[in-house]
Design a protein around this ligand. Structure first.
Ligand code: FE2
Ligand code: FE2
Length: 231
């Protein structure tokens, strides 16, 4: 069986967001969302630690750590939906909802996997990665994040989506800043990645690649709110 590739609908939306006006409209639709205090605190704590360990400014290795951690909530939602489905086999409405959650979690998780695989490849050519700071610490963060995201989903799914909203918003801001500050040099760097081509994306330069990742992150952020609203 083949692995999950990029979803056509999400890919079309991603390309639409290359237009600054479309991006502005789409972003503003989710800007005023107000996460609950507990996920807000956890999200802020995670971002604060990330800034302490990897610096406030974006870099290839900071992105790699961000992406290792960003996959986790989707995995936790898929796991939580799987667990809850065992309790609601006889409730078709509930089962349908949980199946939709699991499908989206798989799509978004695969999208984050693409980010981490491709960015790890780019980082190898740009910066030296220490084992503790760039492998062990992101894994510990990811483990911490998985536990909270999974537990919060059972306590109140909205809290888990709120936490993801916080993290994805941070990721979007970091990629936007990277494009602003490194745009010129990224335009000159050609993009080659077998994994990315298999996924179905064909950016010509690193600039185009990071633009598409930035768009993914704002889609992930806004989709968290949509998940809350359709519950
Ligand atoms: Fe990502
Ligand atoms: Fe994301």
């Amino acid at each position: 069986m083949e692995l999950q590739r990029g979803n056509e609908q999400l890919e079309t939306l991603n390309q639409t967001l290359n237009d600054p006006e479309e991006l502005k409209k789409y972003k503003e639709a989710g800007d005023h969302y107000d996460p609950a205090p507990l996920p807000r605190l956890l999200g802020a704590w995670l971002v604060w630690w990330g800034n302490i360990v990897y610096g406030r400014e974006p870099s290839y290795l900071k992105f790699r750590a961000v992406e290792v951690i960003a996959r986790v909530p989707y995995h936790s939602w898929g796991s939580a939906a799987f667990t809850l489905l065992t309790l609601f086999y006889s409730n078709e409405q509930k089962a349908m909802h949980l199946s939709k959650v699991a499908t989206y979690a798989r799509l978004a998780g695969d999208n984050e996997t693409m980010h981490v695989v491709v960015i790890s490849g780019l980082a190898k050519n740009e910066e030296h990665a220490g084992v503790v700071r760039h492998t062990l610490v992101p894994m510990l963060f990811a483990f911490f994040y998985f536990c909270w995201s999974y537990i919060l989903y059972f306590v109140k799914p909205r809290y888990s989506y709120d936490l993801n909203y916080m993290f994805e918003n941070h990721a979007f801001e970091q990629y936007s800043r990277f494009l602003e500050t490194h745009g010129e040099e990224l335009q000159k760097k050609p993009m080659h990645s077998e994994f990315l081509a298999w996924y179905g994306r064909h950016p010509r330069t690193q600039y185009e690649f990071f633009l598409s990742v930035r768009n993914d992150e704002i889609i992930h952020r806004n989709t968290s709110i949509q998940e809350i609203n359709c519950r």
